[in-house]
Design a protein around this ligand. Structure first.
Ligand SMILES: [Zn+2]
Length: 120
């Protein structure tokens, strides 16, 4: 079992916490007009989400895991997932394609916050 830890310095409050709709700015496009002027255009997408935005944003460390089948070691972010069927796997080995090739557990953000609040 590998515990994937949360990067402590990546934790930040989500400015959009609790919101279910927000705007996402697309890529800015620059056009040079024939008359010599320039114009900028940016697509803005209105996104509605079924789930409210989480309170915290954070990243996981890229811990290395070892495949139980072929023995290769790689960063867990390279694990592949397949949820096309009801019995999906989120830990498919990128080398030998073995399903559930290793056991990983993600650290719980609530635990980390509790630990941080004890420290202060
Ligand atoms: Zn493998």
């Amino acid at each position: 079992m590998t515990l994937i830890k949360i990067k402590r310095n990546s934790i930040k409050r989500n400015p959009n916490a609790g919101r279910t709709d927000y705007l996402i700015a697309g890529k800015e496009e620059h056009t040079s007009n024939p008359d010599g002027s320039e114009s900028w255009h940016r697509d803005v997408q209105h996104v509605r989400s079924l789930f409210p935005e989480p309170k915290w944003l954070f990243e996981y460390q890229n811990n290395r895991v070892t495949c139980n089948n072929c023995g290769k070691t790689f960063g867990w972010k390279r694990l592949e997932s397949d949820y096309l069927s009801d019995f999906g796997s989120s830990s498919i080995c990128p080398y030998c394609k073995e399903w559930d090739c290793c056991e990983i557990e993600f650290e719980d953000i609530k635990e980390v916050l509790r630990e941080n609040s004890r420290r202060v």
